[in-house]
Design a protein around this ligand. Structure first.
Ligand code: PMP
Length: 368
């Protein structure tokens, strides 16, 4: 018996149940130390082991090469929108951005406060319902870096693979909503950042993976907390780190490993997404909003025939223990976020409710 319901929230989102159980114990007494995880000094032996293990497991999962640093920072993914250009966009240079949604837009807004931005590719003209093709992308000459958003949480689109980019320019990726949901070839990137609250752990914490040659690029006049070099030199412990969040992230990494790693996650996520998209494709009541070749395996966005029916669907779903299905306020409709920790049973329960709802409301839809 469980008192938990199915959670399709876009983030903070569902976490693996074994991790939550272990965290419950760790809050009281971590590793038999007689002290809870939140009460340990971030400079003590117990936490030192926790952060070292978290980093090691993170490295093992993606085979992160030795010339990359792994950082556990604060300020969410949003602070990376600023830190990236502040550190990597020199005054006379241009940064190229791929504009695939609201989060990319926000990243661009922050970069423009720092320097010159060129939008190298965009799907804005079709309401961000797809990922631009390589033919549609046109880079500036010698960009300082290229920035992409691997998964667009609000629109439910996802890059299948990295775009080709000008040689010499580092690829910077916001992977907040699909980090470690599939294998990632870290060598293709200069810097990867991911807010934790979807696939990796508690909100506030952001995972940053940065290549050594990029670490020292930032001007030394930046505020200390905004310089990558400081966080690298201090191994994420320049100030008091969010110890509990790092603990949970480390446990999530271990959970992913125990479930077979990133390839196994990809297979599971692919299969959950297929269950939903197959049903959406077959339905003449619900319809998916993202173009088929750009569909996200993490956030499945869909509409019902009318807004009234959408409201009714979300309300009735919640009564059945299917929570968090309301689409982002900017786009409306419905969104099922089915991250790593979302069990296949949750997706099956959702599809079976959708079928039932479709049958019961087909007549109402036909009248409109
Ligand atoms: N990027 C993406 C792709 C996101 O989905 C989000 C949050 N939903 C953010 C950035 C912002 O993250 P945070 O709220 O942790 O700053």
């Amino acid at each position: 018996m469980t008192d938990r319901i199915h959670n399709f929230s876009a983030g903070p989102a569902v976490l693996p149940e074994p991790v939550l159980r272990k965290a419950q114990e760790a809050i009281w007494n971590v590793d038999g130390s007689g002290i809870g995880i939140m009460e340990h000094s971030h400079r003590g032996k117990v936490f030192d082991r926790i952060i070292t293990e978290a980093e090691q497991t993170c490295r093992d999962l993606a085979g992160i090469p030795d010339n990359y640093r792994v950082l556990f920072l604060q300020g969410g993914a949003s602070l990376q929108f600023s830190m990236v250009p502040m550190n990597l966009l020199p005054p006379q240079s241009t940064a190229d951005y791929l504009l695939t949604g609201v989060w990319a837009q926000k990243a661009i807004k922050e970069a423009k406060l720092v320097g010159k931005v060129h939008v190298a590719g965009s799907s804005e003209s079709t309401g961000f319902d797809r990922i631009p093709t390589q033919d549609e992308i046109s880079y500036s000459t010698g960009p300082a870096y290229v920035h992409m958003t691997t998964n667009n949480t609000i629109y439910g689109t996802q890059w299948r693979t990295e775009p080709s980019i000008p040689s010499g320019a580092p690829l910077i990726a916001d992977t907040s909503s699909d980090m470690y949901s599939r294998p990632i070839d870290v060598r293709k990137y200069g810097l990867i950042y991911a807010g934790a609250q979807k696939n990796l752990g508690p909100s506030g914490l952001v995972l940053v993976i940065i290549r050594d040659d990029i670490v020292e690029q930032g001007p030394k006049i930046l505020p200390t907390m905004l310089q990558y070099r400081i966080h690298v030199a201090e191994k994420s412990l320049y100030n008091t780190a969010p110890t509990f969040a790092i603990y949970v992230m480390g446990e999530v990494f271990k959970w992913i490993k125990s479930r077979g790693g990133l390839a196994a996650m990809a297979e599971l996520n692919e299969s959950k997404a297929r269950t939903l998209y197959d049903y959406l494709d077959a339905s003449d009541f619900f319809r998916g909003t993202a173009q088929a070749d750009s569909r996200s395996r993490m956030n499945v966005c869909f509409r019902a025939p009318t807004e009234d029916l959408e409201e009714k669907f979300i309300k009735e779903a919640a009564k059945r223990g299917l929570d968090g299905l309301k689409g982002h306020r900017l786009v409306g409709g419905m969104r099922a976020s089915i991250y790593n920790a979302c069990p296949p049973a949750a997706v099956e329960a959702l599809v079976s409710f959708m079928k039932e709802f479709e049958r019961a409301n087909r007549a109402a839809a036909a009248r409109t």
